[in-house]
Write a protein that binds this ligand. Structure first.
Ligand code: MN
Length: 330
């Protein structure tokens, strides 16, 4: 008898009844180059008047791209207001295209982030943070929030936060590159990563066209942030995540009009993880303990300066959260 994998519905830090996502394991990784357009689902952050986002990872088709395990994209004139909430076992990557977001965390960091800058929060054993638009909201807010799963050896690390205002990159053939995480084009991001990974924004001028060198052992995906891009012959617009599989040494990107995309990739994440609410663990007991600690005011510290109460954790599902082994042996 095999273990039944819980159905994947995904989770949000503000969903009232999040279900578990079991992610990772090499059995899920495409063995070579593929083209899969993964459509996300609409989620509202921060309650019924909250901010609409499109969540393309985890997806019922693909759960991870390397250690990237969560992709939320937003664009609109709705203010962000996510009250204090905890995280474990992951890094959050905040990247904006338009507008500003204010981050506060339980390590007493208070950081405004603007387009072109990276906020990287390493939850490790536990951290809490709040994110909101500075009042009053002027103009549009557009960007992404991504999560990177921490490997077992590092997931209990001390929590940390880093703001990288100037990321390395370059411009060639009408394409400006900024490397958020890992390495691309011989340029390495200063942001600390715990697994072999790449995250880069490409800003394409009208007529921009490039062939990017990729790490063939990585799996890759592209999310278009604005405009329309042609990626390996496929026309892609904002919305879906284009999953590209493994085994690629290069990738052609071009645009007829100004456009922007995010390239995500990494070594396939061999460990199986359990994602529930804002926690990543390896099993039910761990996630249940994190939930209990948050509700009891333990472990995560306090976020000061946010005008409003912290988010209570939802109830755990009645089923036991189980990670699957990396091999399909049963
Ligand atoms: Mn968060």
């Amino acid at each position: 008898m095999g273990v039944t994998r819980p159905s994947l519905v995904g989770m949000s830090n503000t969903e009232p009844h999040p279900t578990a996502a079991v992610s990772g394991g090499e059995a899920e990784v495409a063995a070579g180059p593929v083209h899969e357009l993964l459509y996300g689902r609409d989620v509202v952050l921060g309650g019924t008047r909250g901010m609409p986002v499109i969540r393309t990872l985890p997806n019922k088709e693909r759960r991870m791209v390397g250690a990237w395990c969560f992709v939320d994209a937003y664009r609109g004139d709705t203010a962000m207001r996510v009250p204090p909430h905890p995280h474990t076992g992951l890094q959050t990557v905040t990247w904006l295209v338009e507008g500003e977001v204010r981050h506060r965390d339980s390590l007493a960091n208070d950081q405004l982030i603007r387009p072109g800058q990276l906020n990287l929060m390493t939850a490790g054993r536990g951290i809490a943070h709040a994110e909101e638009s500075p009042a009053p909201l002027t103009g549009a807010l557009a960007g992404v929030q991504l999560w990177v799963a921490l490997p077992d050896a590092d997931r209990e690390t001390e929590p940390a936060f880093a703001h990288h205002a100037d990321l390395p990159g370059g411009t060639a053939d009408g394409v400006r590159t900024r490397v958020l995480m890992g390495r691309l084009d011989g340029v390495t991001s200063p942001a600390r990563a715990y697994t072999p990974i790449v995250g880069a924004e490409l800003e394409l001028a009208a007529g921009g066209r490039r062939s990017l060198d990729l790490e063939p052992d990585f799996e890759h995906a592209v999310l278009v942030l604005s405009g329309q891009c042609t990626v390996d012959g496929e026309v892609v617009e904002p919305g879906p995540l284009l999953y590209l599989g493994t085994g690629r040494r290069s990738l052609e990107v071009s645009a007829d009009a100004p456009a922007r995309l995010l390239l995500l990739g990494g070594e396939p994440f061999a460990e199986r993880i359990v994602m529930w609410w804002n926690f990543i663990g390896r099993g039910h007991e761990e996630v249940a303990a994190a939930r209990a600690d948050w509700m009891a005011g333990r472990r995560f510290g306090e976020v000061t300066g946010f005008d409003g109460p912290a988010l209570p954790a939802p109830e755990l599902p009645n089923t036991t959260l189980l990670p699957r082994g990396r091999l399909r042996s049963s």
